[in-house]
Design a binder for this molecule. Structure first.
Ligand code: SF4
Length: 505
């Protein structure tokens, strides 16, 4: 869609709202002429009393105008206000024009962000009641009532998780970028084991070296991990011996005395064995994630998972017998070859297996994935909406509550990913990372470390090398990362002077 901005340069805001409302489109910025088809002219003007945004939208032969305004004095409250308020009204004007043209109200209204629940958490932190926060979500952003409920439930979980944090806590992520095969919807930086088997052993050596360096920095700062999450990729592509070595290295390098949760993703059921689970249990792993994505054989085949529904059942039996207390299962709504009936069967089947966490993702159409490259046909937004409605109703009725949620770009119907949990079994790491409650230190290829000052919300990031091969070759980066981590955390400790780091200002 062609986009022309007048009176402002909020390109990112324009792109965000456009891609959320028309996920199949890509923005093209430039002057819009009479001969242009799908296009929008987004104008912003600031008068003595009001700032006004107007969007003139042309879409599939229809035209509409959307308007939104804010008091000029709201732009002048503090240094960040102008951009925040102006972007909000620009997006709202586009939203109103889009709704008039399509006649459809998206579930998330005019919200474009990755973390919609954070808005609610922040409102509650400022002392608003849940009712007032819910009303603000509906009135200001046109969020549908069921999505407002999701936000309230996740905001409650976030506040509970936050209350238990101490100033010396952070979370540790360890990435294993190998998978048995590449899934059709994946654009992740993992490599299939067939091609990269030879890299696994050197990767593990380098990872242990990085863990030793960062472990030393963490010990010097007297920090302790609250959660550890080994993800990827598929960590259980490692052999039982390799898992044993990795977990022993982490135990040796980090003080795990404050650990509340230790998760290992065992995403591909065909990589799960009794021996590997025994190793995980013996090292104190408390949570594994077994991810069928679908229990429909033709869907699994279409997405290239190369495992059967029967292998999911077997992996679940092994996981339950292993004594690891918490089991998560991941599903995706909107996969190629799936239907609302197929998704219902999948969800019912998974529920019958009794996981205490169930994460329902919406398919995201990622550039570079086979779904996009080969143009695989996927269910439409209405069908995906039906799948998610069924999940929301059924999981609520079965005693699960939403505890974290996030959205991604290019999701079918612009919906969301939601983690559901039985009471008391919430995956804490997922809350900490999504709500940005404290620092997440990442080790391994593709990892990004997020340094968080919980009192001010200030965040710094640094990134590890993306691919396994590059990660092995550029180990000098570990020292730079370590210096940045140490500097940030040392300053944070000094600034709290022993005060509670977990309380946001
Ligand atoms: S298991 Fe996950 S990381 Fe691996 S290819 Fe599939 S989607 Fe990508």
């Amino acid at each position: 869609m062609k986009l022309q901005l007048k009176g402002h340069a909020y390109r990112y805001a324009a792109e965000q709202i456009m891609t959320v409302l028309f996920p199949g489109d890509r923005p093209e910025f430039g002057p819009v002429g009479a001969a242009d088809g799908n296009s929008a002219v987004m104008t912003l003007s600031v008068g003595p009393v009001w700032a006004t945004a107007v969007t003139r939208l042309r879409r599939d032969g229809k035209c509409a105008v959307g308007r939104s305004r804010a008091l000029r004095m709201d732009l002048e409250r503090d240094t960040f206000s102008r951009d925040r308020v102006c972007q909000r009204i620009v997006k709202l004007s586009f939203f109103k024009a889009a709704v008039s043209v399509t006649g459809e109200f998206p579930a998330w209204g005019a919200l474009t962000g990755v973390r919609p629940a954070r808005l609610v958490t922040q409102m509650l932190e400022r002392g608003m009641s849940e009712g007032a926060a819910a009303a603000a979500m509906s009135r200001t952003y046109f969020v549908a009532p069921d999505r407002v409920k999701l936000c309230l439930s996740t905001a409650r979980a976030s506040r509970r998780a936050q209350a238990a944090l101490k100033e010396d806590m952070f979370s540790l992520y360890v990435g294993i970028p190998f998978c048995p095969t590449r899934c059709a919807y994946c654009s992740f930086v993992s490599s299939s084991v067939e091609k990269t088997f030879g890299l696994m052993e050197p990767y593990l050596d380098t990872l242990c070296h990085e863990a030793a360096l960062m472990g030393e920095a963490v010990r010097e700062l007297r920090l302790r991990p609250r959660t550890v999450y080994i993800g990827g990729g598929t960590p259980t592509t490692l052999s039982a011996e390799q898992l044993d070595r990795l977990l022993a290295a982490l135990e040796g390098e980090f003080d795990l005395s404050a650990l509340a949760e230790f998760t290992v993703e065992a995403g591909r059921p065909d990589t799960v064995t009794e021996e590997k689970l025994r190793v995980l249990h013996s090292h104190g792993v408390t949570r594994v994630s077994i991810n069928p994505q679908s229990m429909e054989a033709q869907v699994l085949e279409a997405i290239g998972r190369r495992h059967s529904p029967g292998q999911v059942l077997h992996a679940m039996e092994l996981a339950r017998a292993s004594g690891i207390p918490h089991i998560n299962m991941d599903l995706i709504a909107g996969l190629p070859e799936d239907t609302p009936e197929g998704f219902r069967r999948t969800l019912d089947h998974c529920l019958a297996l009794g996981p205490d966490n169930l994460t329902v993702h919406t398919l995201a159409l990622k550039k570079g994935s086979r779904v996009m490259l080969e143009g695989l046909s996927v269910p439409g937004a209405a069908e995906v909406g039906e799948m998610l409605d069924y999940a929301n109703r059924t999981l609520s009725a079965a005693g699960y509550a939403p505890y974290y949620l996030y959205r991604q770009k290019y999701m079918s119907g612009s919906f969301e990913n939601v983690g559901w949990s039985k009471p008391g079994a919430e995956g804490l790491y997922n809350i900490y990372i999504m709500e940005e409650l404290h620092t997440i230190l990442s080790l391994g290829a593709g990892g990004s470390t997020k340094l968080v000052d919980p009192r001010t919300g200030r965040i710094e990031r640094y990134y590890n090398c993306k691919y396994a091969k590059e990660y092995l070759e550029k180990t000098e980066k570990f020292e730079t990362n370590r210096a940045q981590f140490t500097e940030f955390e040392r300053a944070l400790l000094a600034s709290c002077g022993g005060a509670e780091r977990s309380a946001k200002a």
